[in-house]
Write a protein that binds this ligand. Structure first.
Ligand SMILES: C[C@]12O[C@H]1[C@H](O)c1c(cc(O)c3c1C(=O)c1cccc(O)c1-3)C2=O
Length: 320
């Protein structure tokens, strides 16, 4: 994986004025979720709902059939900000902070994806829906898959961005990759640890984020300074780091649960970046009866931010 030297460019002409700031971090100010939601075209608002005792944060806007978006590690609902306006022209978009993420509660437990899927079912019902369209990215894709497997009647169509559900083959993932075969997912092992991630990363998540983006983005400006500070701010506390690692520590339970699920019968779309395409082509077809996998050949992992036009077009076509 060639690293790209980070380009630094002053905001160009037409650059939008950053929304009002709230919390501050070392480098820049971090806007509130309310300000970020308002900054997007489509009438988005930042909302909360308490579901089974869990206070969940979500950002919603647009008109049409419901389309829920679930982000992953180490990001927040803002990971979808580039595609939400396009999607909102055809759907009622609900971008969720999952259990342990962003503005949603970070309880001690419940990070197996089946429990996290039950959180989502509670939110779906609270918002008055019985059946929804669902897209997940990264850890959010694992939650989205579990939702479809456990609540097929509540799932109209399912799209997974770059990440399949954890399965037994993950125990054989290499820690040492052959040259030009992508990066080893070393954080899958690191995030199995207790306390050390919090001790090493509290207040320092920006370094990790910059490393992840340096090994994924063809152009480092695809995720801006403010975007990075938003994610770092959301994940910098020991509590947030613990919750994020808990998503990975629950993989053992998730793998056990996966073995019990019958194939999905609703339409399932997988969209993979460069290094995950072969894996999704291998892993997704056995999980469903109506499966298609396509490649985002200009992306590595952060698809909604690396190729937003391609992703929003593919999702709008799939969920039509
Ligand atoms: C669940 C998750 O571990 C999360 C992480 O977000 C993730 C995942 C896969 C990647 O391939 C991948 C990443 C990731 O941050 C990343 C950065 C650079 C290259 C690259 O390939 C990746 C995952 O499945």
């Amino acid at each position: 994986m060639t690293r790209n030297s980070r380009k630094t460019t002053a905001p160009g002409p037409g650059a939008t004025t950053p929304p009002a700031a709230t919390g501050t971090t070392a480098a820049t100010t971090v806007p509130s979720d309310e300000a970020l939601a308002r900054s997007l075209p489509g009438g988005f608002t930042s909302e909360y709902a308490t579901v089974n005792g869990l206070r969940m944060h979500y950002v919603t806007g647009g008109h049409g059939d419901p389309l829920f978006l679930l982000p992953g590690w180490p990001q927040t609902w803002w990971a979808f900000h580039k595609i939400m306006p396009d999607l909102a022209r055809h759907h009622r978009v609900v971008a969720v902070d999952i259990r342990g993420q962003g503005g949603t509660d970070m309880p001690e437990g419940g990070y197996d994806k089946k429990t996290m899927a039950s959180d989502l079912l509670g939110l779906v019902h609270t918002l008055g829906y019985r059946q929804v369209n669902l897209t997940g990215h990264d850890i959010g894709a694992m939650v989205a898959y579990s939702f479809a497997a456990n609540y097929p009647e509540a799932t109209r169509k399912l799209a997974l961005l770059d990440t399949p559900p954890a399965d037994a083959s993950d125990y054989d993932r290499p820690l040492l990759m052959r040259p030009n075969r992508g990066v080893a997912l070393w954080w899958w092992a690191f995030n199995q640890l207790h306390e050390l991630p919090e001790q090493l990363l509290a207040g320092r998540m920006r370094h990790l984020l910059d490393w992840l983006f340096a090994h994924s983005l063809a152009d480092q400006d695809l995720v801006t300074e403010q975007d990075r500070e938003i994610y770092a701010h959301a994940h910098n506390t020991p509590e947030a780091i613990r919750s994020g690692t808990a998503w990975y520590q629950a993989f053992h339970q998730d793998i056990e649960d996966l073995a019990k699920y019958p194939p999905l019968t609703m339409p399932l779309l997988g969209i993979a970046g460069t290094y995950t395409y072969d894996e999704l082509q291998r892993k997704l077809p056995p999980l469903g009866t109506d499966v298609r996998v396509q490649q985002a050949s200009g992306s590595v992992h952060f698809l909604p931010e690396e190729e937003p036009e391609l992703i929003s077009e593919a999702l709008l076509e799939f969920f039509a």
